[in-house]
Design a protein around this ligand. Structure first.
Ligand SMILES: [Zn+2]
Length: 224
């Protein structure tokens, strides 16, 4: 009986492969369900297809959706290489210009970068609900680092994909075009620090952290 329970737990659990990719080490997350054939990619760094495609093949997966936390080139410039006719690409409308003309950020990128635009097929906003292999995902809008930053919270798994809103012991830059520190501080206080303490934060750069750790130790934004 016990082994049956463990097997069913295993079959319903998500596999999350964290991959540090692109010229400035951006975290992308490939998510799939054990035993399933579909995958979702969260963020698509430049040239990520060189790593993602072999991984999809190895695990016998088809990439169905790409969820972009924001429109900065290091998170989206690899999406176009992975998009097929039916691939759903998710983003927030406030980063529309960045998704469609990522080269506007060329002054802040590596010289010689190839800025491939991506077509968003599904715009999301705060309060939207998405499905991740049977698990509910709540979208929230967290501007400040970028106008169209969104986070994806999977309550049932106690994880949240936060892009460049917050990092372990740090926060996203607010000095890039479209950035605003006051907005970022408010986003973190109202959208991140209000999540359950044990929630694991999967950031766009660097190691994972938790809501509790950042509420206690983050030196840049303090809880209200
Ligand atoms: Zn960014």
């Amino acid at each position: 009986m016990q082994s049956l329970i463990r097997l069913s737990d295993l079959m319903s659990s998500l596999r999350i492969e964290k991959l540090e990719l692109g010229p400035i080490g951006t975290n992308a997350y490939l998510v799939w369900k054990c035993g399933g054939g579909d995958a979702v990619l969260i963020d698509a760094p430049p040239n990520c297809s060189e790593t993602i495609k072999p991984l999809l093949e190895k695990e016998s997966l088809v990439l169905r959706e790409i969820w972009l936390t924001h429109g900065h080139w290091d998170h989206m410039a690899g999406a176009a290489d992975l998009v097929g006719d039916d691939t759903v690409v998710i983003g927030h409308r406030d980063d529309k210009t960045l998704f469609e003309q990522p080269a506007v950020m060329s002054a802040f990128a590596m010289p010689g970068m190839d800025f491939k635009p991506v077509t968003i097929t599904k715009w999301v906003e705060a309060g939207d609900s998405l499905d991740l292999f049977g698990k509910e995902v709540v979208v929230n809008h967290c501007p400040g680092h970028c106008p169209g930053n969104v986070i994806f919270w999977i309550k049932e798994e106690a994880i949240c994909f936060v892009g460049d809103v917050i990092f372990a012991g740090s926060i996203g830059r607010a000095d890039l075009p479209g950035g605003n520190f006051e907005a970022l501080e408010k986003s973190i206080q109202t959208c991140i620090y209000t999540l359950p303490e044990e929630t694991k934060l999967l950031s766009g750069h660097g190691p994972d952290t938790t809501v509790g750790d950042e509420r206690r130790d983050n030196p840049f934004v303090r809880p209200v």
